[in-house]
Design a binder for this molecule. Structure first.
Ligand SMILES: NC(=O)c1ccc[n+]([C@@H]2O[C@H](COP(=O)([O-])OP(=O)(O)OC[C@H]3O[C@@H](n4cnc5c(N)ncnc54)[C@H](OP(=O)(O)O)[C@@H]3O)[C@@H](O)[C@H]2O)c1
Length: 393
């Protein structure tokens, strides 16, 4: 089965469901501004822990969020408010307009209608809704004279290759075959890379380009990770992909949101892969931990990658988080996150994310719950593949 990596890594383009915003992982550590970054390859377990953040309250910042009401946005807004910062949201007022009633809201379409931002100043802007370089350039250029720091939310899909273990931020990024294209579905990674460059060109030395991997947890509209807690909590025999040794990476949206606030507080500029956890984990350890957190109701049957392929089971979409890692995808699940960890990115246990995701799903109306768990193999197909696997043995 061939795999389109851009499909696999495509970020959350779908409209979101209301995010149940947990609070941040809690205060951590001041450290490392960008200057504390290490660029050499690292052993996954060799990260130095970021020094503890001082108990003193952070200097209050005014933060503009271009968006803020989808999936990641609410987590970072919640974290910023919890740290005492002042937040302004700029969006079209379409996605979850009722969120954050006490927060200042400016309305406009960032494609050509930034009038509401004119003449205003902020300490920092976070841009989670930029996908097209022309549009990011417009906001970054408009804000450059009156904003100190531009935090652009990019993606690990910028990388042109995923075939090297432990690749860091210096790895080559995708290029756009047709420079005039703004087709985000076809060229998500290349366009995000150009967005990063557009922000940096407008505000040299004042930009953080944050490259998350799969963002998971409460509020995720993509339905990807949700398959696992849902299925494990149902119990019984559960189809698990590969031999269990495949490395996987992800980041809970709440940990990412809290860390983005820290990046602002510390003014940590530069480019950082934002995914974890800190030490390398495997598909087996992740599913075992989730199963345990959900009451150990499931029995995992590990089915090898070649067999899944023969049975037409799609990695990532039907087996969320999982991509068989060799050849073109040999480096999948092993991206170097040392810069982000040195700058204070922390990771809650995956079992907590599983429990909280399930609790969040239970709060959704039935139609939204369906969408928020739309990924993952269907029960019929799972049963068929498990039966075929046993018959083959
Ligand atoms: N999900 C993943 O696994 C993943 C992985 C890697 C990277 N990422 C990146 O993480 C980010 C996730 O962002 P999110 O969607 O969760 O952010 P968000 O800020 O929570 O939601 C998107 C916001 O953008 C606003 N918006 C959309 N189009 C707009 C426009 N034309 N003008 C003004 N506002 C507009 C929406 O409000 P209105 O609709 O009301 O305008 C909404 O508030 C993305 O940059 C994505 O590429 C995601």
């Amino acid at each position: 089965m061939t795999l389109d990596r851009r499909d696999l890594l495509l970020g959350s383009l779908a409209a979101g469901v209301a995010a149940a915003c947990g609070t941040s992982a809690g205060p951590r550590p001041a450290s490392a501004t960008a200057g504390a970054r290490a660029s050499d390859a690292h052993a996954a377990d060799a990260h130095a822990a970021a020094p503890a953040r001082s108990a003193a309250a952070p200097a209050k910042k005014s933060i503009l969020v271009l968006g803020g009401t989808g999936f990641l946005g609410p987590h970072l807004v919640t974290a910023a408010l919890a740290r005492g910062h002042t937040v302004t949201l700029f969006n079209r007022g379409k996605t979850h307009p009722g969120l954050f009633p006490g927060v200042e809201k400016l309305h406009g379409d960032r494609d050509g209608h930034l009038e509401a931002l004119a003449g205003r100043s902020w300490d920092a802007v976070v841009d989670p809704s930029g996908y097209v370089p022309r549009i990011v350039k417009a906001s970054a250029e408009l804000l450059a004279p009156r904003v100190g720091h531009y935090v652009f939310i990019s993606t690990i899909s910028v990388y042109a290759r995923m075939d090297t273990l432990d690749a860091d931020e210096s790895s080559p990024v995708e290029t756009l075959p047709d420079p005039s294209s703004e087709d985000v579905k076809a060229h998500y990674g290349a366009l995000k890379a150009l967005c990063e460059q557009a922000a940096e060109a407008a505000m040299p030395g004042r930009v953080s380009n944050i490259r998350p991997g799969l963002i998971i947890g409460p509020g995720d509209p993509s339905g990807r990770f949700s398959h696992w807690p849902t299925r494990l909590a149902e119990g019984g025999e559960v189809l698990a992909p590969g031999d269990g040794s495949t490395p996987v990476q992800y980041v809970d949206g709440r940990d990412l949101g809290a860390w983005i606030v820290r990046v602002i507080e510390d003014r940590a500029t530069g480019t950082m892969n934002a995914l974890g956890p800190e030490r390398r984990v495997t598909m087996r350890s992740v599913l075992d931990e989730c199963n345990h957190a959900l009451g150990d109701k499931a029995r995992l049957t590990w089915v090898d990658a070649a067999f899944l392929d023969q049975q037409g089971v799609a990695p990532w979409s039907e087996m969320p988080m999982w991509i068989d890692n060799h050849g073109e995808t040999a480096g999948f699940g092993t991206l170097n996150n040392r810069r982000a960890v040195a700058a204070g990115l922390t990771f809650r246990p995956i079992g907590d994310t599983a429990r909280d995701t399930l609790a969040w799903l239970a709060t959704l109306p039935e139609d939204q719950r369906g969408k928020a768990r739309s990924s993952g193999i269907s029960p019929d197909k799972e049963a068929r593949v498990l039966a075929a696997w046993k018959a083959r043995k």
